[in-house]
Design a protein around this ligand. Sequence first.
Ligand SMILES: Nc1ncnc2c1ncn2[C@@H]1O[C@H](COP(=O)(O)OP(=O)(O)OP(=O)(O)O)[C@@H](O)[C@H]1O
Ligand SMILES: [Mg+2]
Length: 233
Amino acid sequence: MSEVLLEMKGVSVKFGGLTALSDIDYSITSRSLACIIGPNGAGKSTFLNVLTGTLRPSIGSVAFRGRDIGGLALHRISRLGIARKFQIPSVFPSLSVAENMDVARWGAAREPDETDVLEMVGLSARRDVKAADLSHGEKQWLEIGMAIAASPKLLLLDEPTAGMTSQETQATAALLHRLKRHTAIIAVEHDISFVRALDTDTLVLHQGRLFRRGPFSEIEADEAVRDVYLGRR
Ligand SMILES: Nc1ncnc2c1ncn2[C@@H]1O[C@H](COP(=O)(O)OP(=O)(O)OP(=O)(O)O)[C@@H](O)[C@H]1O
Ligand SMILES: [Mg+2]
């Protein structure tokens, strides 16, 4: 039943003489959960930037739901159903959790039930709390909830657990597994304890190349991956 949602073919991104992404072939299906790891400068953020339309591939094609999005503007891509959450939470501090959700739902193509979304992100009991009074982790979850309010088909997360306690990090892994019933997710992450807890389809980027892809258990046991990344951390 799983259809291809995103398909990248031979994607390269060059900045002058520097190749930030090199000949990437990659695809994911709907409602899948994938993680991208790799050393600093490996091309992880560039990878996400190509998917949101922030950057155009220098070579290659990106198809989303069967449509070439390689040259589309950001807002067009966003309308097609790709949402991104950045590293720094940008919720409205003086509004409550529920009010922040109202803002996010405003103008959303198909409004999901706010109660369902807050349930998914584990904030039902906190709906009347001001966003300013949430913990750092809770703010991140609220922002994930706000991204989900637009009912994206693909949610991109850049280091979703940055600054979280280890308990919040573990809770975030469980949260993403709940969310993937509604949307595909690609998370870029440095925190290996989180990647281990996610225990999912993992892509290793190294010097702009797709170095390995597989279940995290295989990636973690891979000697070559340890040499270029995991072993050094
Ligand atoms: N706008 C840009 N102009 C020039 N070079 C860039 C630009 N963006 C990224 N790069 C370079 O491309 C390479 C890949 O960068 P990218 O930010 O994708 O790496 P990353 O894997 O996200 O690293 P980090 O783990 O540090 O976030 C790096 O060498 C970086 O310096
Ligand atoms: Mg980056």
